[in-house]
Design a protein around this ligand. Structure first.
Ligand code: PEP
Length: 251
């Protein structure tokens, strides 16, 4: 039987100064010290990455950035490269979050450049995909996801040294308190795993973790985690408090 180690990732978005991030990470380290079979990732803002990486050194918690730029270096004011993230202690990077798509002009093409740059540098991309409420109402969910996956992953090669995490985040469920139903989640996750299989083959499809994101809370995580194609969660709001994030990690 296939087994994927569950992965619970917290996206801190634009919350927490350096000191606040260090405090939260320090508390989290204590709260999850008993965890053995769940991979844990936190994604603080850029300015806290280096200090938080010191706090979580030699723990089960890994570090993620919330975005990157695909060029190696250059005159790109405000941008951060993959090697800068690695030197700040990151193993993962979130790419294509719906807030970046909706508020900052992220497209499937820029997502693709970022995915390839991250993977080539050894970072594990967490590719976010998801439909808006209108797209779901118009029955376009699967065509939207198909396009986000097709374009986002174009030209990417995966092997035992280059893995990928996918996060299904229906836009209408992010920060709204309105989580997708277990049936909706499983249906989409199975569809996404199928797309991964078509592109990368059966072995990699079985190894790829597909997270659900959208109003995951301590009281709905365990049901979601029983679904066969749900391998973890990408958590926004409820990851900001170490206590509630720890409860989610202890699903
Ligand atoms: C997110 O922004 O990735 C997210 C899932 O947010 P929330 O958990 O707050 O819905």
């Amino acid at each position: 039987m296939e087994y994927r180690i569950p992965l619970i990732a917290g996206n801190w978005k634009m919350f927490k100064t350096g000191n606040e991030a260090v405090d939260a990470a320090t508390q989290l380290v204590k709260l999850v010290s008993d965890i053995e079979n769940v991979d844990i990732v936190i994604a603080p803002p850029y300015t806290s990455l280096a200090v938080v990486s010191e706090v979580i050194r030699d723990t089960r918690i890994d570090l993620s950035a919330q975005d990157l730029y695909w060029e190696k270096e250059g005159a790109y004011t405000g941008q951060i490269s993959a090697s800068m993230l690695i030197s700040a202690g990151c193993q993962y990077v979130i790419i294509g979050h719906s807030e970046r798509r909706q508020l900052f002009g992220e497209t499937n093409d820029t997502v693709n450049n970022k995915i390839k740059a991250a993977s080539a540098s050894g970072l594990i991309p967490i590719l976010c995909v998801g439909e808006t409420e209108t797209q779901r109402d118009e029955k376009k969910t699967f065509s939207v996801l198909d396009k986000q996956m097709e374009k986002g992953l174009e030209g990417l090669t995966l092997d035992e040294h280059h893995s990928l995490v996918i996060a299904y985040e229906p836009v209408w469920a992010i920060g709204t308190g309105k989580s997708a139903t277990p049936d909706q989640v499983q249906e989409v996750h199975a569809f996404l795993r199928d797309l991964v299989e078509k592109r990368f083959g059966n072995m990699l499809a079985k190894a790829t973790r597909i997270l659900y994101g959208g109003s995951v809370k301590p009281d709905n995580v365990s049901e979601l985690m029983t679904l066969p194609d749900v391998d973890g969660a990408l958590v926004g709001g409820a990851s900001l408090q170490p206590d509630s994030f720890s409860k989610i990690i202890h699903f």
